[in-house]
Design a protein around this ligand. Structure first.
Ligand code: PEP
Ligand code: MN
Length: 343
């Protein structure tokens, strides 16, 4: 923290501020200028409480923190990029991992057919919501436990890992029995009781950015999960609310390189919720490859016009296969294959 005293503060006022800083556990370094004194506070303590206390002292002109408010998720804490290992898949390890499937698990036929189709097209993880956060209480709320069982069946049949949303800390144990990756939806990014429980769930977590959340807030939510014992967190950009109405959300594509600068955690892109429009999903997916995302979370449905949720943004099987084929050359550009050895 850097604390700037008002000009011509008295010796007593400066000493009072230094005492207060020490009470919070910090060491104090004072720089005396012509007009004002600047105090540097270093060490470990309750930085939020300390700043708030100092900002309430009249002789203090400003008190600001200089280090990031998150620790475990920062690049300073861990230089190398995190690799999240699931059964047979690694997110953040160089391979571009595609997670695909319906918005909601609707029936055995729907999820089994989708699992086969997305696996054949190259997806490594099957998505599907069993607990659905819906704006209207009258909309389809998900099959819950039955949906989880269907996902497990699809994993058995295809070998795909499973990602599915958990909406409440009460359901964490149940969902963890079936899921390989626990998805935290945009609406729950700051459900701190849920985040704390996920710290102890023994499964990887995919944390979606809240629709009105800053990247700092996203990283602080990831910090909750890691600080409570679970380092296996993947971040997901899924678009944010802006004044633009042409797309369902506005894809903050620059969040991916920004996050890659700030954190060692893998970052994936959800082009489906970011746009709300099936026709825009392939273009955004290419952007995700080009800009350094570690993978995609894409909605795919056997018959989008019959989907119980998010049909307009879901690709059908053929569209998904075409998109995956189209992405291949871009992926090769990103990870050039070793040059062929000539004699
Ligand atoms: C979803 O993935 O189906 C979903 C509800 O996403 P979000 O939380 O990003 O709206
Ligand atoms: Mn959806």
């Amino acid at each position: 923290m850097i604390i700037s005293m008002r000009s011509h503060s008295s010796k007593e006022e400066i000493e009072h501020v230094c005492d207060r800083i020490r009470e919070f556990g910090y060491k104090v370094h004072t720089i005396v200028g012509e007009e004002r004194v600047v105090i540097g506070a270093v060490g470990v303590g309750d930085v939020t409480a300390c700043l708030e206390s100092l900002q309430a002292i009249p002789a203090v002109e400003s008190a600001v923190r200089i280090s990031a408010p998150y620790k475990f998720v920062s690049k300073e804490f861990k230089k190398e990029r995190s690799r999240i290992r699931l059964n047979g898949v690694e997110i953040g390890g160089g391979e571009f991992v595609v997670m695909a499937g319906p918005c909601s698990v609707e029936s055995e036929k729907q999820i089994m057919e989708t699992a086969q189709a997305v696996a054949a097209a190259g997806a490594k993880i099957l998505r599907g919501g069993a607990f659905k956060p819906r704006t209207s209480p009258y909309d389809f709320q998900g099959l819950e436990l039955e949906g989880l069982k269907l996902l497990a069946k699809a994993r058995e049949a295809t070998g795909l890992a499973i990602i599915t949303e958990v909406m409440s800390d009460r359901d964490v144990g149940m969902v963890a029995e079936y899921a390989d990756v626990m998805q935290v939806g945009a609406r729950n990014m700051q459900n701190f009781a849920l985040l704390k429980t996920l710290g102890k769930c023994g499964r990887a977590v995919l944390l979606k950015r809240g629709m009105s959340s800053t990247l700092n807030e996203l990283l602080m939510s990831a910090e909750y999960i890691t600080a409570h014992g679970n380092p296996n967190v993947v971040l997901c950009e899924r678009g944010i609310r802006t004044f633009e109405t042409a797309t369902r959300n506005t894809c903050d594509i620059s969040s991916i390189p920004v996050l890659n600068e700030l954190t060692h955690l893998p970052v994936v892109l959800d082009p489906s919720h970011a746009t709300g429009k099936r026709s825009l999903v392939p273009a955004l997916s290419r952007a995700g490859v080009a800009i350094g995302a570690d993978g995609l979370l894409v909605e795919v449905h056997p018959a989008p016009e019959k989907a119980l949720s998010d049909g307009a943004q879901s690709l059908d099987f053929n569209q998904f296969r075409c998109m995956m084929d189209d992405l291949r050359p871009y992926l090769e550009l990103r990870n050039p294959a070793p040059a062929v050895k000539r004699d």
